[in-house]
Design a protein around this ligand. Structure first.
Ligand code: SF4
Ligand code: SF4
Length: 239
């Protein structure tokens, strides 16, 4: 089977089906210099994400086929071959305040845990940032996994300071997302990132913020009655 990695063709053993195994085969038998990241080999650490025929996938949990074209993730600096600089992870989570900031003493129930279970399963693989068309043109955008993690903490019964969390995602945050859903399509954990961002938009309005698109329309005299009717919280994307 032939694979194309960064425009170089590699002939690998036909018995190999898994993409990460193919990388390891190439490194051992064809090109010792091929650089790629991996860790757990079981879809948990999120470090082996690459693009296969244009779509973000974890190498360790996906099979390869004849003439698959493999490239590094997009929208992140390439360090070498298939390795990208993941320093955006720490920066974005910190800018979005995506952690428990003020803890209540309230006991949590099993159902509280289930409410945040799916968002807690994010493995920080960066596939969503690679697929996001907004992040590709504006690297100040807080971006998909940071916002879905903010939603996880806003929804956490242990968190007291929800207002501050919502305040911090108004600029370069929830309103910059076009709700295109590209991130949902590539998330290996099946997190509804777009849905979480939409819920954060609605929570923002319920907590005193205004959709800036309506704010500017209202300031320019555009349909201000309509704006008032919906409290500035209507989603222009039709969701
Ligand atoms: S939200 Fe999904 S795609 Fe994005 S980093 Fe987390 S696991 Fe990966
Ligand atoms: S839904 Fe929002 S965060 Fe997700 S890819 Fe589209 S613009 Fe980016």
């Amino acid at each position: 089977m032939k694979l194309i990695i960064n425009n170089n063709e590699y002939e690998i053993d036909d018995k190999i089906t898994n993409l990460l195994d193919a990388f390891l085969y190439i490194k051992e038998n064809i090109n010792k210099g091929l650089a790629f990241s991996y860790g757990c080999k079981s879809g948990v650490c999120g470090s082996c994400s690459v693009r296969v025929n244009g779509t973000e996938k974890l190498a360790c949990t996906n099979n390869c086929k004849e003439l698959d074209e493999i490239l590094p993730l997009k929208n992140l600096p390439v360090t070498r071959d298939l390795i990208v600089d993941n320093s955006n992870i720490k920066i974005k989570l910190s800018h979005a305040n995506a952690f428990l900031s003020e803890k209540s003493t309230k006991m949590i129930t099993q159902s509280d845990v289930l409410d945040i279970d799916i968002e807690s399963s994010c493995i920080l693989c960066n596939s969503c940032y690679s697929s996001c068309p907004v992040y590709s043109v504006n690297d100040s955008f807080l971006g998909p996994f940071a916002l879905t993690r903010v939603f996880r903490y806003v929804n956490d019964t242990k968190e007291i300071n929800i207002q501050t969390k919502l305040d911090l995602i108004q600029t370069n945050g929830v309103w910059d997302c076009t709700l295109c859903g590209a991130c949902n399509l590539v998330c290996p954990q099946n997190i509804d990132i777009k849905g979480d961002i939409l819920k954060l938009q609605n929570l923002s309005v319920q907590n005193g913020h205004v959709n800036p698109m309506f704010s500017s329309a209202s300031n320019s005299g555009f349909n201000s009655d309509f704006d008032n009717t919906f409290g500035g919280g209507f989603n222009p994307n039709g969701f």
